[in-house]
Design a protein around this ligand. Structure first.
Ligand code: NAD
Length: 366
């Protein structure tokens, strides 16, 4: 993780004590009931989320699920989680009877998102799941249906959907400031290290760079343009077939067509750093974010000048907002629900198909 985002500054954000207002009229909810969250999978990103939640006024870590007893012990001390709220993978269905837990946040390797989401839904708790929501659209549909059937909500950890500069561009696009939007360019990549990590294991990752980092350009194309693509073409290149085995994509370039006639051209790679850039162009102006999806601060400008909003740790804002969605019924500017996560999986399935066949693939969302 450090190598992945090494070029980004790490900031320790101050505690948020006042609502953060943007010109979009969006405010981080700092008052209201607290969302009690169990973290499932105590790896590097869960650590980042747990630390960020210390700054959240609406969400708190109240439970832990891990296969490693020592981790449970260490984390329960670090985050003041009582022992009775700490579970092994074998035991955690009992979370059903634990009134201290409202939601379970799944932060495991991608292949485990589906089985854990089904279990959490059966336990009657809301599911928050990391991206990519599942390995493919078929799995994604199973998750959406299971959560609907169980009467619990399913949210995906799309932290950029709550980021102030990103939201300002969306506000400007809706206000017509860019004129007719005609083009998006998304560059998402980093040089991946250790060849034995799960991200390079097809069974656990479900693919390669596209599942992990390319998804930011897929999702970003949608919220920047404000439409869902209807066709895709894609090309795959591989320079290291030993590190990037069959079914693990190293680099994919892909192009989208949108219903309005706008187009996008994007890159997903595990072989190059310095690739974290979004560019949106319209008949009356442009927006640029660079870095666009790292942990921040996000930097951006438009034809009107630089975007200046205070950086707040993304996961802190995300968890405040997710508390408002789950507990207050708030509707976010950009959705973060299971159907939103499913759309990205439908698109990624189509990208892989286009890269495999060399043909343009029409995207059907139903
Ligand atoms: P990680 O390897 O650091 O942590 C994964 C955790 O899952 C570990 O604690 C590991 O012990 C546990 N685990 C449980 N069952 C396992 C199994 N069978 N095999 C391997 N590990 C198992 O990975 P990470 O970087 O924390 O990523 C976890 C998830 O979070 C991924 O889905 C990833 O895409 C996502 N993620 C999201 C962001 C973001 O910005 N939203 C950033 C990083 C990671």
């Amino acid at each position: 993780m450090t190598s992945r985002r090494g070029f980004l500054q790490t900031l320790s954000a101050p505690l948020v004590t006042m609502p953060l207002l943007s010109r979009a009229g969006w405010a981080t909810p700092t008052e209201g009931p607290v969302l009690r969250v169990a973290l499932l999978g105590l790896g590097s990103y869960a650590n980042r989320v747990a630390e960020a939640m210390k700054g959240s006024s609406r969400a708190r870590v109240t439970g832990l699920v891990s296969g490693t007893p020592q981790k449970l012990k260490d984390w329960s001390a670090r985050f003041q989680v009582p022992e009775k709220n700490c579970y092994s993978y074998e035991q955690y269905d009992a979370i059903r009877d634990n009134p201290d837990i409202d939601a379970v946040y799944i932060i495991t390797p991608n292949a485990l998102h589906l089985p854990h989401a089904l279990r959490v839904a059966r336990a009657g708790k809301h599911v928050i799941c990391e991206k990519p929501m599942a390995l493919n659209a078929k799995e994604g549909r199973m998750m959406v249906e299971a959560c609907e059937k169980a009467g619990v909500k399913l949210l995906v950890g799309y932290r950029m959907h709550f980021e102030a500069k990103t939201l300002e561009i969306i506000r400007m696009r809706k206000a017509g400031d860019f004129g007719k939007v005609l083009y998006f360019n998304g560059l998402s990549g980093f040089r991946i290290g250790n060849p034995s990590q799960w991200r390079l294991n097809r069974e656990l990752a479900g693919g390669g760079s596209m599942m992990d980092i390319g998804i930011y350009s897929v999702n970003g194309a949608r919220y920047m343009v404000g439409e869902d693509p209807v066709w895709v073409t894609a090309q795959e290149t591989k320079t290291d077939p030993v590190k990037f085995k069959e079914g693990v994509d190293e680099t994919i370039t892909f192009q989208f067509g949108f219903p309005s006639g706008a187009s996008a051209s994007c890159l997903s790679t595990y072989s190059l750093n310095n690739l974290d850039r979004f560019f949106l162009d319209g008949t009356n102006g442009f927006a640029e974010l660079q870095p666009s999806t790292g942990y921040g601060p996000i930097m951006g400008r438009t034809h009107k000048g630089p975007l200046e909003f205070t950086h707040i740790t993304h996961q802190t804002v995300q968890m405040d907002e997710m508390a408002a969605i789950l507990l207050d019924g708030k509707t976010p500017v950009v959705p973060v629900d299971g159907r939103e996560g499913l759309k990205d999986l439908v698109i990624i399935d189509a990208i892989y198909k286009a890269a495999r066949t060399g043909r343009r693939v029409e995207i059907a969302y139903d």
